[in-house]
Design a protein around this ligand. Structure first.
Ligand SMILES: Nc1ncnc2c1ncn2[C@@H]1O[C@H](COP(=O)(O)OP(=O)(O)O)[C@@H](O)[C@H]1O
Ligand SMILES: [Mg+2]
Length: 365
């Protein structure tokens, strides 16, 4: 964790209401200089509103926004030294790429040649050298978003704010721009906040991910903390996928049970008792056709085998008693599925490694 004094940006207790609706509910976080932060969450959870409050496009009802330790809550967007890129390219269609990029520069730069020089620099920065004379209509989606990025960078902002900048692009362009944007912000040491609803984008690009739900910040951590140590079933299932089984937990023996199934759990779950949710990621469910025995080994029926390219996704039924079963998803490398000759009527063993099982309060859902 970073100390507050090191943060370039601080958001403190920001609440934003639209009428009686609370779009942001007491949100606090910080960003160190040069840090790349991703705000991730389902549609409507308040991501754009958060970004707009940081930018100064929206004024919060409560709380403060600080840049370099100074409260900028009262400052308009033009005084906050931020560059903004939206999902839609928002370019002027009747202006060339050059003119789009130069638009905000003309006021602050005296000579035409200084503007031209800066625009050339920016075109190069975003990989559009030589395309300055093209109009938005003559450029691909990815190229238009590069123009938008160059425009946002024109006045050398201290903070770059990106609102789903890649979501309108096709998959290949998206992946390429991900890498390029990340490399650019890293090279410039530029503090960046990127809103996305795409978990892969957040996991691959961000130093830190803020997960939002219904206007609240529900978890703030590095990508691996968010993925490996989700603090709630919501985060666990929103980022990646997760198997859940509802049952009870015995703290004295460290076991979860449901029907005839007993699962040993390594993690200390001091605060838990009674009804809980046991959770395990599909890639942590180990499938085997050997004669394994012991705790956390169960015989299951394969209900469905789904091809996913490099992996297979197996839908399994874990027997809990006479008739009841719990659905369990396992992911396996394609090579292993083929080697084990697994089909949808196989019976296999699964191991639920005790160190990969986590528990949540049942009412946390
Ligand atoms: N200007 C506004 N007036 C009223 N409601 C708004 C306004 N802007 C956003 N909202 C509402 O606030 C919630 C969060 O919106 P938004 O921040 O755009 O979500 P996200 O970007 O996560 O999809 C939504 O329910 C949205 O309808
Ligand atoms: Mg949005």
């Amino acid at each position: 964790m970073t100390s507050a004094s090191q943060d370039y940006l601080r958001v403190e207790g920001v609440t934003k209401r639209f009428g009686t609706f609370t779009a942001l509910d007491n949100v606090s976080f910080g960003a160190k200089k040069g840090e790349f932060i991703s705000i991730l969450g389902p549609s409507g959870c308040g991501k754009t509103t958060m970004l707009r409050a940081v930018a100064g496009l929206e004024r919060q009802d409560e709380g403060r926004v600080l840049l370099s330790g100074q409260d900028v809550s009262h400052l308009p967007v033009s005084k906050r030294h931020v560059g903004i890129v939206f999902q839609s390219y928002a370019l002027f269609p009747n202006l060339s790429a050059r003119s789009n990029i130069a638009y905000g520069l003309k006021r602050s730069m005296k000579s035409r040649s200084a503007v031209n020089e800066r625009v050339d620099e920016l075109l190069k920065l975003v990989g559009l050298k030589g395309l300055g004379s093209k109009y938005p209509g003559q450029l691909s989606g990815g190229q238009q978003q590069r123009v938008a990025l160059a425009r946002a960078m024109a006045l050398s902002p201290n903070l770059l704010l990106l609102d789903e900048p890649l979501s309108a692009l096709d998959a290949q362009v998206r992946v390429m721009l991900r890498t390029e944007i990340r490399a650019m912000t890293q090279r410039l040491g530029l503090t960046t906040i990127m809103v996305t609803h795409d978990q892969e984008e957040a996991l691959t690009m961000a130093d830190r991910i803020l997960v939002m739900k219904d206007g609240e910040l529900v978890q703030n951590g590095t990508p691996s903390e968010i993925y490996d140590e989700p603090e709630s079933p919501f985060v666990a299932s929103f980022i990646g996928s997760m198997n859940f089984i509802r049952g009870s937990y015995n703290r004295d023996t460290g076991t979860f049970s449901k029907g005839s199934v007993r699962v040993r759990v390594d993690r200390q779950a001091r605060s838990l008792k009674g009804e809980v949710l046991a959770a395990i990621r599909p890639e942590d469910v180990l499938v085997s056709t050997n004669g394994e025995q012991g705790p956390n080994v169960f015989e299951v029926d394969v209900r469905n085998v789904e091809y996913r390219g490099p992996i297979y996704r197996l839908a399994l039924d874990l027997p809990l008693g006479h008739t009841e079963t719990a659905p369990l998803i396992a992911e396996m490398p394609a090579e292993k599925v083929r080697r084990l000759n697994m089909t949808s009527d196989s019976r296999v063993k699964v191991i639920l490694p005790s160190e990969r099982v986590r528990l949540f309060h049942a009412e946390q859902v």
